[in-house]
Unconditional design. Structure first.
Length: 194
């Protein structure tokens, strides 16, 4: 009888920690598994300059981390569909490691995304997997596009065949500027560029 009482007491003492451990294992089950989330991107300001936060239709918030972090930071106000894995909390909020995403809405319209290339003077091309588009825009927008050649951009406009009459655009990612190589010094002491 004495052994039975001791076993019963041990059961009472050990049961709560074991139950909590089982519950934690159930909560962590979704981590590491690729999931899809759709929602609006908001930028939460902080010490590091900001964090992209995805808010879904049910009002749940996730801080976006991972390789797409910097791109998502530039997409505040856009709705995205993102693929990734749920992670640990950061800034008291669950994280979502985004491995890829698609912009589904930009001000009520689905934007076209691709690399901006220049074909000729004030003639631009949007390179996409689905097929390249010739970009048409007003003079002011063309001047802005000139500064983003070579960047990954989003564009909203009217699609007519393979021509996109662009109303607005934004840049997502640009290649870092190339380092300028120093020139050779001449006899006059001035540098010449290669």
């Amino acid at each position: 009888m004495r052994t039975t009482v001791i076993v019963a007491l041990l059961g009472l003492v050990l049961a709560p920690p074991l139950a909590r451990a089982r519950d934690k294992g159930k909560q962590d089950k979704g981590k590491g598994v690729e999931v899809v989330k759709e929602g609006k991107i908001r930028v939460v300001r902080g010490l590091s300059g900001g964090e992209p936060q995805l808010t879904d239709a049910k009002g749940r918030h996730h801080l976006c981390v991972g390789p797409s972090h910097d791109e998502l930071l530039r997409l505040g106000g856009h709705t995205v569909k993102a693929w990734g894995a749920v992670g640990d909390k950061k800034l008291m909020m669950p994280t979502f490691k985004v491995v890829r995403y698609e912009i589904t809405d930009s001000g009520g319209r689905k934007p076209m995304v691709g690399l901006l290339r220049k074909e000729a003077k004030e003639r631009y091309l949007l390179e996409r997997k689905e097929g390249n588009l010739t970009v048409q825009a007003n003079k002011g927008l063309l001047r802005q596009l000139a500064r983003r050649v070579g960047c990954k951009v989003w564009m909203v406009g009217e699609l007519e065949g393979t021509t996109l009459k662009t109303h607005k655009f934004g840049w997502i990612r640009c290649a870092p500027p190339k380092a300028i190589k120093p020139g050779k010094e001449t006899s006059s002491g001035k540098e010449t560029r290669r």
